[in-house]
Design a protein around this ligand. Structure first.
Ligand code: SF4
Ligand code: SF4
Ligand code: SF4
Length: 257
């Protein structure tokens, strides 16, 4: 579970207008290039995350009892406490940082893509040019210097908040009570139990599946080789020196939390 003092983000779907200022701010702060995209018949754009797009807003559009609805949710790394990407990485390149943030140390990434396959949120991606993976850092460079993540700072409606985990959890519970009181019976908080508890929490107006979110994903359910099994395979390929290097690295990052 996240620790009370860990870094966290709260996304409140009931305040989101789908303006995508957060998406643009993420690109700007992290110096990520734009990418060619396609029209999928929705205002949602681009159609998926990539090594160049670490955050996008997901639009769910439809008609319910004759009324058109448009639901928005955030699509990015959840900074899981039991992160499938960390479990699957044979070299310890993906690991936990101070404050529960999950980041990639590209110097240690061998491009095996185990983490890409393991993530239930499709939030970590392989960069073909660089030969390594990349994803949202929870703006560790900002939060560790007392600043809000760029996406949170850019949000004009108050749909995004950041702070310590205990504060964000309390705010989520407060919003949930207010929404239930206003008649939103299906309102819920997502991320309290998923993946050992995530450092990005969502206040949703509907069941998570209505937004296309995986329901109740746990690390153990991912059908990938565990980090140590992958490490064994990688070590067999790399030989004795490689095996020692991987074992030392896994021990090093295992001790960071
Ligand atoms: S959302 Fe995916 S990439 Fe992010 S920490 Fe969880 S498993 Fe890793
Ligand atoms: S926390 Fe930073 S890196 Fe993550 S989505 Fe927000 S702006 Fe992008
Ligand atoms: S900036 Fe705020 S209101 Fe706009 S899409 Fe992002 S979370 Fe929603």
């Amino acid at each position: 579970m996240p620790k009370p003092n860990d870094y966290a983000i709260l996304f409140d779907a009931s305040h989101c207008t789908g303006c995508r200022a957060c998406q643009v701010a993420c690109k700007q702060w992290n110096d990520l290039p734009g990418e060619a995209t396609v029209n999928t018949g929705s205002y949602e754009n681009p159609p998926s995350l990539s090594s160049m797009t670490w955050l996008r807003m997901k639009y769910t559009e439809g008609v319910d009892r004759g009324e058109v609805f448009w639901d928005f949710t955030r699509d990015s790394c959840m900074h899981c406490s039991s992160a499938a990407c960390v479990e699957a990485c044979p070299t310890g390149a993906v690991g936990y940082r101070e404050g529960g943030v999950v980041t990639v140390d590209q110097d240690w990434c061998i491009g095996c893509r185990n983490c890409v396959q393991a993530c239930p949120y499709d939030a970590i991606h392989y960069d073909e040019e660089k030969g390594v993976v990349d994803k949202c850092t929870l703006c560790y460079d900002r939060v560790s210097n007392g600043l809000e993540p760029a996406c949170v700072k850019a949000c004009p409606t108050g749909a995004l908040h950041s702070g310590r985990y205990a504060e964000m959890k309390a705010l989520a519970e407060q919003r949930l009570a207010a929404l239930k009181g206003a008649g939103y019976d299906q309102a819920n908080v997502y991320g309290l139990a998923e993946m050992g508890g995530t450092h990005v929490l969502y206040v949703l107006l509907k069941h998570p599946s209505a937004y296309g979110l995986p329901v109740g994903p746990v690390t153990e359910k991912r059908k990938v080789a565990s980090g140590w099994l992958s490490a064994g395979i990688a070590a067999a390929v790399l030989g004795f020196a490689g095996a020692r290097w991987i074992a030392e690295r896994r021990e090093e990052v295992g001790g960071e939390r």
